[in-house]
Design a protein around this ligand. Structure first.
Ligand code: BLA
Length: 499
């Protein structure tokens, strides 16, 4: 328990959540030597659920089954045969942790869960995902399907943003649950080591936030550093438990949405009273989450593809005009409006040697020239793109209303030629669940606590523009490449004529 730790943890991401030394008591854990399979430790009510004299006995004898094949690698979790306990039937899983093999047992589900209609409903859900037409629709369907599957009162699709903060993008809830739809949460609510762990351990359940942790016990072996990364019973960070209590949540489950090996988001489930999630439903959740993430990827790809096609068509139209313009200045004069529109910019500027061309909403000429000097890069380098210019170039602060977004490409360094696209400041109103600044660690020595209030709190964010998409940044680079090719061809023709 970190509240009792003399080495006070000062940053959320320093808590070693994978070695809590205890489990949640709704199941039991047996820790065996990975070679001999002799049980050297355990946690929870093993005596009540299984047998009294468990310590020192071989696992196969206690569980009445062979353990083959045995898991070897981190993240590898095997499902064993059901075990008949003293009171309940128990589901059993096992994983490897260093020199140990760990078995976890928790209450088995009713057979009704494992019926054909249950499996059929998974197939139906996959079909529903496929038939949605865009990302928003997909995530809404996802929230509904996962609420049906798990029975939790509030199910949210939570997406991580670029800065690791996150936002609830879809939600399905019962009448007694309040809404968190479109609320933002700061990155520290789900600290870095937790996000890393959730790529490996994809389903986590807290059946009752008011549980008393059950410590690992052993006959002399030191298990205080036993790595429980792959455990389903792992005792949860006390800070997160307090967080859930503050949110008035009695039970939770969260399922990772992993896209291209990265944690894209979570399916976050809350319930107003204690609630378990048996093994078969956890496995179904894991499978459906991977179907969902494939569909998320396919929706995102389709949206990107459509945007790319639109940009290509417009690029070609603009660049085709280069042929009839004698000079770049003439070209900018005629095509400036389209160049701006092409990239959804509010203004477009070009600086070439002593000449400056401005179109639409741009800063003053003198500011544009100074900015071009700052943005200049070796020619043919990747474009410079930012959606919060003044943060990187403080001199932009007086004109950030006109230019919070900048996309700049250096066409030539010979006669310095720099093209600049501007996006005006977009006053962003962000709805946070609780004030994210108020709870910040003002005193670095203070013991960290989770937020106490989740009342919606809005913030006006200044100095930010809508972000440039990948396709837009690529389009800017491509236009400049085409212009360069055109100019080189022109020079070649002139040379040929002179010869
Ligand atoms: C974990 N915090 C989490 C988890 C979620 C959230 C979903 C994962 C829990 C799990 O998978 O079991 C936060 N819960 C949310 C958010 C929503 C939600 C954003 O429902 C939105 C709807 N938390 C804090 C602070 C700290 C902190 C200030 O608020 C650090 C000092 C820590 N959160 C923290 C830790 C974990 C966590 C350490 C890991 C818990 C664990 O797995 O042991």
């Amino acid at each position: 328990n970190i509240f009792g730790d003399p080495n006070i943890i000062t940053s959320c991401d320093q808590e070693p959540i994978h070695i809590p030394g205890s489990i949640q008591p709704h199941g039991i854990m047996l820790v065996a030597d990975a070679e001999t399979l002799q049980v050297v430790g355990g946690a929870g009510d093993i005596e009540g659920e299984l047998v009294k004299d468990w310590l020192g006995r071989p696992l196969p004898e206690l569980l009445l089954q062979e353990i083959t094949p045995r898991p070897q690698k981190p993240g590898e979790v095997h499902v064993l045969k059901r075990v008949h306990g003293r009171i309940n039937d128990l589901n059993a899983i096992c994983f490897r942790s260093g020199e140990h093999l760990v078995v976890e047992l928790d209450q088995a589900e009713d057979d009704v869960v494992l019926s054909s209609p249950f499996f059929a409903s998974l197939e139906v859900a996959g079909g529903l995902f496929e038939r949605t037409t865009n990302l928003e629709d997909l995530c809404q369907t996802g929230a509904e399907v996962f609420r049906d599957l798990t029975g939790y009162g509030r199910v949210m699709i939570y997406q991580f943003l670029d800065d690791d903060a996150g936002v609830v993008i879809a939600e399905s809830r019962d009448a007694s649950s309040s809404s968190f739809l479109r609320h933002h949460f700061p990155a520290s609510d789900i600290p870095r080591q937790a996000r890393a762990l959730y790529v490996r351990n994809k389903v986590r359940v807290i059946p009752d936030v008011h549980y008393q942790p059950a410590p690992l016990r052993s006959g002399g072996v030191d298990l205080s550093k036993l790595d429980l990364s792959d455990s389903i019973l792992r005792s949860v960070s006390p800070i997160h438990i307090q967080y859930l209590k503050n949110m008035e949540v009695a039970a939770s489950a969260s399922i990772s949405i992993i896209k291209d090996g990265l944690l894209w988001g979570l399916i976050a489930c809350h319930h107003h009273e204690p609630r378990e999630l048996p093994l078969s439903v956890r496995l179904a959740c894991q499978t459906l989450a991977s179907v969902l993430s494939q569909q998320i990827r396919s929706k995102e790809d389709a949206e990107r593809y459509k945007e790319r096609i639109r940009l290509r068509t417009q690029e070609d139209a603009v660049v085709s005009r280069l042929g009839s313009d004698r000079t770049l200045n003439e070209f900018f004069e005629r095509s400036g409006p389209e160049l701006a529109k092409l990239l959804n910019a509010d203004g477009f500027a070009a600086v070439q040697g002593k000449d400056t061309f401005l179109f639409g909403k741009c800063p003053d000429k003198i500011d544009v020239r100074a900015l071009a000097g700052w943005a200049k890069k070796p020619a043919a380098m990747h474009p410079l793109a930012t959606s919060s210019l003044a943060r990187h170039y403080p001199a932009a602060e007086p004109f950030q209303n006109l230019a919070s977004g900048l996309l700049a490409v250096t066409m030539s360094t010979e006669v310095p030629t720099i093209l600049l696209w501007f996006r005006a400041e977009h006053l962003e109103v962000i709805k946070w669940a609780g004030n994210p600044h108020k709870d910040g660690p003002a005193d670095p020595e203070a013991i960290l606590t989770p937020r106490a209030s989740f009342e919606a709190w809005t913030e006006n964010v200044r100095g930010r523009a809508r972000a440039w998409s990948h396709a837009e940044i690529e389009a800017a680079a491509r236009i400049v490449r085409l212009m360069l090719e055109h100019r080189n061809n022109q020079r070649l023709r002139e040379l040929n004529r002179e010869l």
